[in-house]
Ligand binder design. Structure first.
Ligand SMILES: [Ca+2]
Ligand SMILES: [Ca+2]
Ligand SMILES: [Ca+2]
Ligand SMILES: [Ca+2]
Length: 383
């Protein structure tokens, strides 16, 4: 038996790997975990990776010390079946912080102008909130102590792709000489997608001019939630869990994970704008064991991924592994009536019996599959 469970995937009902619901799958992944930082001279082999920011500092990405993790999901369930063959109910990422941490807990987003926008190493030196009379630095105080740890999608390009990047690849990003986009880079979707907004420099407002976006506060896909952590009195390692909000960006975030299951690799980018320290380390910073650091402490664990996935039945329009009212709403938009002609573009999926209309026969299929929120539909209910 493996001493360390490095990665667990909870997979439900896809193809040949069709375990009972809730049965965990384990493998010796992550495939890659890396401290994504310009001055990591041993890329991919660090035992612990810290997350911190350098907001407002020229030639440093605002999100400076970051973690990129890639899991080889294709080793656990078949990839390449087409995105339509993958539904995702939930995604949780768990990272483990070494003992003796002192960083303050903050589980809510801080606005971009509560960081050091002007790069003078002070926050809101004038003491006046952004935009108020007398504000000289464009900054406001941080209303709640601490900085959140934020999980985003991992975008790739122009140098790398999800398939070509490895944890030892040459670093691409700001390098203390020039302001450059990261590759891979943390991103959010613009509105309902598919355009990706870089977030590594959201305080300086770089890399998204082509989309008309400058300084902004991105909504993370998940915020780290420390488990049983007491800052300044923490004698053991502890987990930080990230429960992804798959409903963000009108389903585009869920699509990201479906698309990656199809690609056989799931990647996430974990960052914090917690203010930097000299040498990028210290108990004041969120820090996470990499797979190379498992011998450091009996409580060390590598990054873990839990995905509850499924092979969706036809009436599961939003691909979240149930058939409920949300799916009915989508179906009703597509209804045409008997013999009233082919479904509109985007509604082809609603024509379950493939007779070129969306009528009561198709609705009957929806009824057979109806399972309620969060419940598995009966297998083959749409046939
Ligand atoms: Ca400042
Ligand atoms: Ca100010
Ligand atoms: Ca805060
Ligand atoms: Ca559904």
């Amino acid at each position: 038996m493996m001493r360390y469970v490095m990665c667990c995937l909870m997979l439900v009902g896809i193809g040949v790997t069709r375990p009972a619901r809730g049965e965990p799958f384990s493998s010796a992944t992550p495939m890659y975990d890396r401290w994504h930082y310009p001055f990591s001279f041993t890329p991919g082999t660090r035992s612990v990776a810290t997350c911190f920011g350098a907001a407002g500092s020229a030639a440093f990405n605002d999100r400076d010390g970051c973690v990129v993790v890639v899991w080889n999901t294709g080793a656990l369930l078949p990839a390449g079946l087409g995105v339509e063959a993958y539904g995702v109910r939930s995604v949780r990422v768990t990272l483990t912080n070494p003992k003796d941490a002192t960083w303050q807990i903050d589980t809510t987003v801080d606005e971009w102008f509560t960081y050091d926008v002007n790069g003078d190493d002070q926050l809101n030196a004038d003491g006046v909130a952004r935009g108020e009379p007398g504000d000289l630095d464009g900054e406001s105080d941080d209303a709640d102590a601490g900085r959140p740890i934020e999980l985003f999608g991992a975008g790739f390009g122009p140098t790398y792709t999800l398939q070509t990047w490895t944890e030892t690849s040459l670093y691409v990003g700001s390098d203390s000489v020039s302001d450059l986009p990261r590759d891979p880079f943390p991103f959010v979707f613009l509105g309902g997608g598919p355009d990706a907004l870089h977030v590594e420099d959201n305080v300086k407002g770089l890399h998204n001019a082509g989309l008309g976006v400058y300084q902004f506060t991105p909504q993370p896909w998940a915020i780290g939630n420390p488990q049983q952590y007491t800052p300044g009195s923490q004698p053991t390692p502890f987990d930080v869990t990230f429960d992804v909000d798959l409903g963000l960006s009108g389903g585009s975030v869920r699509w990201y994970f479906r698309e990656q299951l199809n690609a056989g690799r799931v990647a996430v980018y974990v960052t914090s704008l917690r203010e930097a320290l000299m040498f990028g380390s210290g108990p004041q910073l969120p820090a996470f064991f990499m797979k190379e650091g498992l011998s450091l402490d009996p409580g060390a664990k590598a990054a873990r991924l839990d995905i509850d996935a499924c092979q969706p039945v036809g009436p599961d329009f939003d691909f979240d592994c149930d058939v409920d009212e949300d799916d009915l709403d989508a179906f009703e938009v597509c209804q045409t009536g008997p013999g009233l002609g082919p479904p509109a573009t985007g509604c082809e999926r609603a024509d379950f019996d493939n007779d070129l209309d969306v009528d009561s026969t198709d609705f009957a299929a929806w009824q057979r599959c109806s399972s309620g929120p969060g419940n598995d539909p009966q297998p083959h209910c749409d046939e």
